[in-house]
Write a protein that binds this ligand. Sequence first.
Ligand code: 9MR
Length: 348
Amino acid sequence: MAASATLFASNDLLAQKTLREAYKDYFPVGVAVAPRNLSGPEAELIKQQFNSITPENAMKMGPIHPEENRYNWQDADAIVDFGVTNGIKVRGHTLCWHSQAPRWFFTDSEGKDVNREVLLARLKQHITDVMTRYKGKIYAWDVVNEAVPDTGKGIYRESKFYKIIGEDYIQKAFEYAHAIDPEAKLFYNDYNTESTAKRAKIYQLVKKLKDKNVPIHGVGLQGHWSIYEPSQAELEKSIKTFADMGLAVQVTELDVSVYAKEHERRAKKETDKSVYTDEMMEKQSAHYKMLFDTFRKYKGTVTGVTFWNVSDRSSWLDNFPVPGRKDYPLLFDESYKPKRAFEGVVNF
Ligand code: 9MR
């Protein structure tokens, strides 16, 4: 028996549609992957259920470009090859992000900060090299990631890119990317996009780009949500805000934590228990149903939905925000079986 048949035959959901079938008239359904996910039962599950993949870490500036004259293509190549071989789309993540950027990018041989010209030249070289290698194989890119702070008055996060170059590093990144692959769909990507204050800042950032005719095609709502947020009204407000600007919206990093959402890392407390109660499971199922009902309502605007990790067996939320507190945020359980939430997503 083929491994994919085993996955579904071992429970009575054999008759269920897969995610990719259920959403074929709406949008590709994707998943974030590392090379270790591309063999064994996880690879079978990915091929069966998903028609898009995003490298979880392999294309970020640090991992792929650890030294000025050295690229580490191996992991990214493996992921792109898996996509191409299996007819699965690939989303690129991410060309410019303050986090996981290597120290060398911002400093000279004496360890001092480089100037605006040098940093822009490095950014251009980086974007050019990475996009050229995968041109025609990656249909959409997160060009700039998380450039807006969660708190404070400023629109722009005080990152090294912002401090050394100024706010136009964002515009430049999009221009460099578009010059290399005019076919690729270019996204600004961020989290906490349903917070009123942060949504308003992202709107301002994107509006400035649109007013200057910068080649931006969409906004990525990362979708690191929880069973308590966002409300349907908050989510619709985000989708409409960007749709009204003529932009596509993709949910780029979806997961629904069973704990209250926190965006900052913190130490584990006595009261932090790793639990997945029936009540959490019910709430999560209802929340996933609401989310996908809403994504379908905006057919044509929502052009992709990607889950951030494959199954509850392991996800980044097992170590964030609280190290060592297990989370259960996805549609497949620790044995790769579809959870109750899966049913509400594929049956409509
Ligand atoms: O899931 C990623 C995790 O493995 C990395 O350690 C982490 C490093 O910062 O990045 C995680 O992915 C992030 C994504 O690239 C951007 N949005 C937030 C995601 C979760 O932190």
